[in-house]
Design a protein around this ligand. Sequence first.
Ligand code: HEM
Length: 133
Amino acid sequence: MSLKPQDRTCLADLIGRDAVISVVDEFYNQIQTHPTLAAPFSAVHDWPGHKEKIGDFWWVVLGGKPQAPYKYDPVGKHFAAGFNSNLLEDWKQLFKGALDSHLDQELANKWFSRVQMIGENLLSQNERLINEN
Ligand code: HEM
C-alpha cells in the first residue's frame, strides 16, 4: 500500500522551520568573511531581507508552503554575480558545514542532495548564458 501525497511527511516538516532558519542564518553569517565568497556576496546590502528570502526559498524547496510571495531570478542573478564551478564548490562545502552543525546526518544528507541538484542546474543554466554572451 502506498501513501497518498498528502499523508507523506515532507522534508520541511521533518527538519522544521526553526532549523531551516538557523542553517540559513549561520551560512550567510559565515559567507560574509569567506575568502572566495565574500566578494560576490558584497552585492547583498540587506542581509536580514536576504536571509528571510532564502529561508523561504529553502522551506519551499524542502516541500513547505511559501510564507511570502517572493519573486526569484536565480539564473540571471547568479550570472551577474560571477557564479562558476569553483565558487559553487566553495559554496557547497560551506553549506554542508552549516547543515552538519544543525541537523542529524540523515536530514543533513537529504537536504544536501537537493543542494547538489540545484547546483548542477544553476551551473548548466549559467553555462548556457555564458555561451550566449
Ligand atoms: C546550490 C547553490 C546555490 C543556491 C541553491 C543558491 C540560491 C540562491 C537564491 C535562491 C538566491 C536568490 C535569487 C533571487 O533573489 O532571485 C541567491 C542569490 C544570490 N546568490 Fe546564490 N545560490 C547558490 C550558489 C551561489 C554561488 C556559488 C554564488 C557565488 C557567486 C552565489 C551568489 C549569490 C548572490 C551574490 C546572490 C544575491 C544576488 C542579488 O540579490 O543581487 N550563489 N542564491
